[in-house]
Design a binder for this molecule. Structure first.
Ligand code: ATP
Ligand code: MG
Length: 565
């Protein structure tokens, strides 16, 4: 990154940057700020998480601090190690090096247990024996105060004893909980003697069956932050109501640091499902080809589709950080992808819907190599040679037997330019029994080599092509938005997808014809197929069967059509 670009991107533009500037000016954090990204290993990361990652790691970079990757893993029922592995990989892929700063809330279970006992001893927590249903009744509602649990005045020693026996596995799930002793009148329901620990007879993916009790999010998160010396604990708006309990716990316990929580708006994108639970449902119901299906808004899906880490980071930067919820247009994400790919993707020629063209005045056995520029945006990418022969393929849509006035491509008796090759004129149209055009017979002008006019005469159309003898076959997968409704979350997808999903989100072309050099394409290596969009080889592509994914079209086809297909 050049210095000026770096500066441009680092202007304080949002309220969190301003807050940190203020904190640093006041000398609050002499040794620098510490942030964290705290995923639960219960699914794959999606573009919403990318926003949080870019924010937390970005702030640390900007202010000379550090950012931890902390797995917030306190729910043994949902968490699995393969999710942890995928998350670590995705964070790295996005461009952030966590070095040795990977932490786990589950590593703090011993300390959290000791603090729980300490809280009981401070008479700030007690063992409650209400069932979860009773507790809900006792809790009241935001307008009416709740009732104290009958266990609230249990002697401290007795609470400590039961807590220890809960951990020893003496009781069944649901029989006892540890609750904070705050009160039952707060208008914030999270402050009404909230549960801190519950019994859970489930093995944890890291701690095995060591623990019979597990701490709740509210107890775990703030204390884990304090253990790690987090200065700014940034989370999304739905946690705003948890801020008082966060502060309360930090105030009660002798933690090694005093972090505080601030909230920012979640990233929402139209036509896009976010939320790990809903994405998991898509995977479990096999409505997509796994978490890394290129239509998924997951980082692994985007990677497989050919989105670049740079473009995702640029997108997150453009979206900014707001205090209120908003919805971002999907076209902004696609714009960021195109912007990056336009700079870095080498150009190639590929015919997705082939029509045969025979050049009648070209030697039947002849062939020659023609120079083609790799990337007009980047001279250093140089050029390559592409083979030409007497039989070619062009795009079916590039020919019309009876073209309207504004159609500048090929038609009977018309002349067009074949990119990097020659001018050709169509002399004859061959059809099959059903009347479909199956072949064109053309002549070429040998003096127009390189696609240059030999005498100043002009042609209106320039078309891509491949040599039939030399090209390679490939399956090409064209993706469209996964959802056909603008605000899929409002359709309650967690209960069922109904009409939310776009039935045309994947179109497979079985035998596209590609320029031979594409055999060498590596996974994630981006290409622009001239006039067709950006593509990359799929991870399942092999020497026996080439498979390409379309990353994104060359322009926003939805905008052009007024939002409709
Ligand atoms: P989901 O909403 O997908 O279920 P989550 O919040 O349950 O996600 P976590 O693994 O708990 O997933 O989240 C890790 C971090 O990512 C949290 O700090 C959370 O606030 C943040 N995060 C999750 N979704 C978004 C989003 N859409 N935009 C910004 N940050 C997000
Ligand atoms: Mg969560």
């Amino acid at each position: 990154m050049s210095e000026s670009v770096e500066k441009e991107e680092r202007k304080p533009r949002h309220f969190i940057q301003q807050m940190i500037h203020r904190d640093l000016d006041e000398g609050k954090y002499g040794s620098g700020i510490v942030t964290r990204f705290p995923p639960e290993p219960n699914g794959y990361l999606h573009i919403g998480h990318a926003k949080s990652i870019c924010l937390n790691f970005g702030l640390a970079q900007e202010f000379g601090g550090i950012c931890n990757l902390r797995f917030d893993d306190t729910n043994p029922l949902a968490e699995e190690d393969h999710y942890r592995i995928a998350i670590e990989k995705d964070v790295k892929w996005l461009g952030f090096d966590v070095e040795d700063r990977t932490y786990f809330s589950s590593d703090y279970f011993d300390q959290l247990y000791l603090w729980a006992i300490e809280l009981i001893k401070l008479d700030k927590a007690f063992i409650c024996e209400l069932s979860f249903e009773e507790m809900a009744e006792y809790r009241g509602n935001p307008k009416e105060p709740g009732k104290f649990s009958p266990s609230r005045n249990r002697p401290i020693e007795e609470s400590v004893d039961i807590f220890e026996r809960m951990q020893a596995g003496e009781f069944k799930e649901g029989t006892y909980t540890l609750r904070a002793k705050i009160g039952m009148t707060s208008s914030n329901m999270h402050m009404r003697d909230p549960i801190l620990y519950r019994i859970q007879n489930a093995a944890h993916y890291r701690t095995g069956d060591k623990w019979k009790i597990y701490p709740m999010y509210d107890f775990t998160h703030c204390l884990s932050d304090a253990i790690e010396g987090i200065t700014h604990s940034l989370c999304t708006l739905e946690f705003e109501v948890h801020r008082p309990i966060y502060k309360w716990l930090i105030d009660q316990l002798p933690t090694p640091s005093t972090p505080y929580q601030r909230e920012f708006a979640k990233l929402n994108i139209n036509y896009t499902l976010l939320g790990k639970r809903v994405l998991k449902k898509l995977v479990d119901e096999q409505l997509v080809d796994g978490w890394d299906d290129p239509r998924m808004p997951t980082l692994s899906g985007m990677k497989r589709r050919g989105y670049t880490p740079t473009s995702i980071r640029n997108f997150c930067d453009r979206v900014g950080v707001a205090k209120r919820d908003n919805v971002i247009d999907l076209s902004l994400l696609e714009f960021s992808i195109r912007e990056d790919l336009n700079k870095i993707a080498d150009r190639r020629m590929a015919v997705l819907n082939p029509l045969k063209v025979v050049i009648t005045n070209y030697d039947e056995n002849g062939e020659e190599l023609l120079d083609a520029v790799n990337n007009p945006e980047d001279e250093t990418r140089g050029s390559r040679q592409i083979p030409f022969s007497n039989t070619l393929y062009i795009e079916k849509e590039d020919f019309m037997e009876d073209p309207p006035r504004k159609f500048f491509r090929l038609g009977p008796d018309r002349e067009v330019r074949l990119r990097y090759a020659f001018f050709i004129t169509c002399n004859e149209v061959i059809k099959d029994d059903s009347g479909e055009v199956v072949e064109l017979r053309c002549t070429y002008d040998p003096l127009s080599k390189g696609g240059k006019s030999p005498d100043g005469r002009k042609v209106k159309g320039t078309m891509h092509w491949v040599s039939a003898k030399h090209c390679v076959d490939a399956e090409v997968r064209l993706y469209d938005r996964l959802c056909q409704v603008e605000d899929p979350a409002s359709e309650k997808p967690e209960e069922g997808f109904g009409d939310v999903l776009n039935p045309d989100s994947l179109k497979v072309i079985k035998a596209a014809k590609l320029e031979p050099s594409l055999v060498e394409a590596k996974e994630e290596e981006p290409f622009q197929f001239e006039r067709m969009g950006y593509f990359c080889a799929d991870r399942d592509s092999s020497d026996d069967k080439l498979i390409f994914n379309r990353t994104v079209g060359l322009r926003d086809s939805w905008a052009k059509m007024g939002g409709k297909k």
